[in-house]
Design a protein around this ligand. Structure first.
Ligand code: FO1
Length: 320
């Protein structure tokens, strides 16, 4: 069976480790379509946080505490940059991580599309699944906040909002810059057409899954495609499993509940994308009109627990 997973970074990577564990046992093929809205230029290097979190996690190089960057990292270059006063000093680039960004930037400058860069980097990391960026085109998440000098609204890059300000500046709006012209990356439409099931990882619905669905031809292929679509709730008992989804959901006036997110994605039969919505046992009362809901334990304590979630999602999609 062919499983396609739309995913963001840290939560998505952990979920994909469970999908891979499931596929190991069944021989299923897994393709991850990963968010690029977090991507950013820093010190002349192109950084792709969500792709790197997935690649390092599945490739065994991730720092498990942070969920981003490399294990055993050193920060010599970062310290030297700070001594030059080279801004931004608030974004941590580890020495090992910089090698990844140097290889990526050189390939992009040579004209390779991001999907080719991902394939080349995965040659080393061997994640055990196929990884595709949602798009090879520019698509960046910018956050509209009140300007600090009170002069009105300003849009800042997601990374500045997330890392420099720790999402403390109330977000008025999220803009996916480039979404109106961005096309699905090479391989994405084929993967969706060939899929037996599509899963939405328990990633941040607003800044990880939404920017993937903002690539309109990708969303159309998902909604119009043959495969059932089953989402996994990133919210358990009213709070996000990890990260700051609550701050993002409040910005778009969506309740921080499994039901709120399920309704945000909506039923495929009603202009949305979902056929099934997997929620945690504590949220068993969740009701999403037009969507089949199932409740199982959703805490990704280890790959086997996550693999059990994956099996429940496949069952919900009629693909067990
Ligand atoms: N997150 C932080 O909180 N602080 C950082 O300094 C930081 C640096 C960084 C460098 C490379 C990279 O791939 C990710 C990095 N992240 C950092 C995480 C990143 O902001 C988030 O993982 C995603 O953008 C959100 O999913």
């Amino acid at each position: 069976m062919r499983i396609v997973v739309l995913a963001g970074g840290i939560g998505g990577a952990r979920f994909l480790a469970g999908v891979r564990a499931h596929a190991h046992a069944t021989g299923d093929e897994v393709t991850a379509v990963v968010n690029v809205g977090d991507d950013v230029w820093m010190h002349g290097l192109r950084i792709t946080p969500d792709l790197d979190s997935v690649m390092y996690t599945l490739g065994g190089g991730i720092d498990p505490e942070r969920g981003w960057g490399r294990a055993g990292e050193t920060w010599t270059v970062k310290e030297e940059l700070a001594k030059y006063g080279a801004e931004p000093t608030w974004f941590g680039l580890g020495d090992r991580d910089i090698a990844t960004h140097l290889v990526r930037t050189r390939m992009l400058n040579a004209g390779y599309p991001l999907s080719a860069v991902v394939a080349a980097l995965c040659d080393r990391w061997q994640p055990g699944i196929t990884m595709l960026p949602a798009t090879d085109d520019r698509l960046e998440t910018h956050v509209v906040v009140a300007a600090e000098d009170g002069s009105g609204d300003q849009a800042i890059h997601f990374q500045e909002w997330w890392v420099r300000h720790r999402a403390a500046l109330p977000a008025k709006q999220f803009r996916f810059v480039g979404a109106d012209t961005a096309k699905p990356a090479a391989g994405v439409l084929d993967a969706l057409q060939a899929a037996d099931i599509v899963l939405l990882a328990p990633s941040n619905p607003v800044v990880s899954i939404a920017p993937v669905l903002a690539v309109s031809a990708l969303r159309d292929a998902l909604v119009g495609g043959p495969a059932p679509v089953v989402g996994v709730s990133p919210i358990i008992g009213g709070s996000p499993v990890r990260g700051m989804a609550d701050k993002c959901l409040s910005a778009v006036n969506v309740p921080c509940t499994a039901e709120g997110v399920g309704r945000l994605y909506g039923a495929r039969s009603d202009g949305g994308v979902l056929d099934g919505w997997l929620v945690d046992s504590t949220d068993a009362a969740t009701d999403v009109p037009g969507v089949r809901v199932a409740a199982v334990p959703l805490w990704m304590t280890d790959d086997d627990a996550t693999a059990a979630m994956v099996r429940a999602a496949l069952e919900l999609g009629g693909r067990a």
